[in-house]
Design a protein around this ligand. Structure first.
Ligand code: TXA
Ligand code: MG
Length: 531
């Protein structure tokens, strides 16, 4: 079969619609990944998708529609209020909803199930083709079964040329990995596949939302997958991938010790510089959307670069990170390496949130506590050179006779943003040295909680395998700080002005605990599972 290349021009869109009405196959862009489309209501057309992809027949397809009315025609009974609420908030967009199917949806489309997965894409070319075809379109990702999903026209054409009628070029996909699949079949809504809409966003609309255990782990022998697509090894490039569960710093040293022929690192931008093996970056460490966008195209690029082994940094499971983690885990066939037994858990958050209480509770769970606030209050924390730099930057009065006057230093250094930055540049390195000494002293297997309000600006996040942030409502924090440090309200508010907003922590931490004043033990219940 000769595969035609189409553009997003009106003539080509019309042609794509024509091919689909005739029962043919068209690969087309969506905002998530490229999809391989056919008429969802025609069993013969749908079977061609399974043949072209080499897809197991029990793996159901997602049906793409333009309107809620079109959706209504595909499901049995009424659309429940939760379904309508989701469509209202997230459609058009990367969310797929599972409900009981109407009889007119063939079992070929639903993989033999009595349910149907439906989504409404936002990509203009996908929408134009659905419109032109005048049909709901079944469209799985446009990869051969088991391979990474293509997110560019070039990758899609390479994958499917000779197997489908046409591939439509609509540029690169914005989200970069597939839609979130949520089941509304009964009880608590359940995420079967994390994707372009985060679990946190779903909870904001639906309240309670479960995440299927298969999302973060392999199915055990004999276990049934709620989402058939999640049971297969998937998304794999040619080279074996191993996920390395380590701090950024440990990741770099681990990979640098294993410089075998053909070894590649798949890492965050910040780690690239220190690596001695060729590296492909997925984007900045805390930009999880960028990581999602780059994941599949990077896996396919590694094929092109001739990678023989890929060592990948473990993605965070927060926000969009969960989808990146889920795909990478499958690309690795669930191979996760943990180079070091002990680890450092970073603990941070705005003042008055309750870091100390959390650290104390973690000590009861066997953690060793390194308290950066206490470290900086030690008389010998700064050497002479540091004190000299402080005097140069802020005046001799901050350390008369080379003895630190903390009050004076605080008064001068917290004056404005530039001074705070300068203070950090001078004091972070000696503090980090102290922290490293303490970690060294604790030994290989120690579990350490590193309690540091300035974890991120100091760069100490580099040594943490996981990061926990504690936040609390501002008024509550204000009262706690006034009481604890003997400040007036005005003084406390002034101190808060210099602090990062809560979203700063939410964007970076692996888990955020909102400490509204209840029992800390309860707050921490099951926290490890959340990481
Ligand atoms: O973003 C996306 O969703 C892309 C684009 C092309 O729209 N499509 C996509 O389709 O990822 P596919 O076939 O590669 O993945 C569909 C996933 C599979 O894991 C499948 O098992 C699950 O959705 N699924 C589909 N229908 C289901 C159903 N009725 N019950 C449970 N899982 C279902
Ligand atoms: Mg797929």
């Amino acid at each position: 079969m000769v595969t035609e290349k189409l553009t997003a021009s009106p003539e080509d869109i019309a042609k794509a619609g024509e091919i689909l009405r005739r029962g043919g196959l068209v690969a087309l862009p969506t905002e998530t990944v490229y999809g391989l489309a056919a008429n969802a209501l025609d069993p013969q057309a749908v079977l061609k998708i399974f043949a072209a992809k080499g897809r197991p027949a029990d793996n159901p397809l997602i049906v793409h529609v333009l309107t809620v009315d079109q959706w209504r025609d595909l499901v049995k009974g009424e659309l429940p209020p939760k379904a309508l609420a989701l469509a209202e908030k997230f459609w058009p967009g990367p969310l797929t909803v599972i409900l009981p199917k109407a009889d007119r949806v063939p079992l070929e489309t639903s993989g033999g199930l009595l349910t149907v997965a439906v989504r409404c894409p936002s990509h203009p070319a996908a929408r134009a083709v659905i419109e032109a075809a005048g049909l709901p379109l079944a469209a799985p990702s446009a990869n051969l079964s088991g391979r990474p999903s293509p997110t560019t026209f070039a990758h899609t054409y390479e994958e499917l040329s000779g197997r489908v009628d046409a591939v439509l070029d609509g540029g690169d996909c914005r989200v970069g990995l597939e839609s979130t699949v949520i089941s509304l079949l009964g009880g608590v809504p359940r995420v079967l596949r994390p994707g372009g809409v985060t679990v946190e966003e779903l909870r904001a609309v639906l309240g309670e939302v479960d995440v299927d255990p298969a999302v973060s782990g392999a199915l055990r022998e004999g276990e049934r997958a709620a989402s058939p697509g999640m049971k297969y090894k998937h998304y794999a490039p040619k080279a074996p991938v191993q996920v390395v569960d380590a701090s950024p710093e440990e990741f770099v040293s681990f990979v640098n010790e294993r410089r075998e022929e053909g070894a590649f690192a798949l890492c965050w931008e910040e780690e690239r510089e220190g690596l001695l093996v060729p590296a492909v970056s997925l984007g900045p460490r805390y930009d999880r959307k960028a990581q999602a966008r780059a994941l599949f195209s990077s896996l396919l690029r590694l094929d092109g670069l001739g990678a023989k082994t890929v060592y990948a940094q473990r993605p965070s499971r927060a926000g969009m990170g969960l989808a990146v983690y889920n795909r990478l885990l499958r690309a690795a066939g669930f191979q996760v390496l943990t180079p070091r037994e002990g680890f450092v858990l970073g603990l941070t958050g705005p003042s008055g949130a309750g870091k100390t209480l959390i650290a104390q509770e973690l000590c009861k769970q066997g953690f060793l506590w390194i308290d950066c606030d206490r470290l900086t209050r030690r008389d010998d924390v700064y050497d002479e050179e540091t004190l000299r730099s402080l005097r140069e930057a802020f005046g001799e009065e901050v350390a008369p006779e080379f003895r630190l006057d903390r009050r004076e230093l605080a008064r001068r250094a917290f004056r404005d943003e530039a001074s705070v930055k300068r203070l950090g540049e001078i004091t972070f390195p000696p503090i980090a040295r102290r922290v490293r000494e303490e970690i060294e002293r604790a030994g290989e297997g120690a579990k350490i909680v590193l309690d540091a309000p300035t974890l991120f600006p100091s760069g100490l996040d580099r040594i943490c395998r996981r990061i926990l942030a504690v936040t609390a409502p501002e008024e509550l924090r204000l009262r706690r700080v006034m009481e604890r440090d003997g400040l007036t309200e005005a003084q406390a508010r002034e101190r808060f002005q210099a602090q990062e907003p809560e979203s700063f922590y939410g964007d970076r931490a692996d888990l955020v605990l909102e400490n509204a004043g209840g029992s800390v033990k309860e707050l921490l219940a099951g926290w490890e599972a959340g990481l």
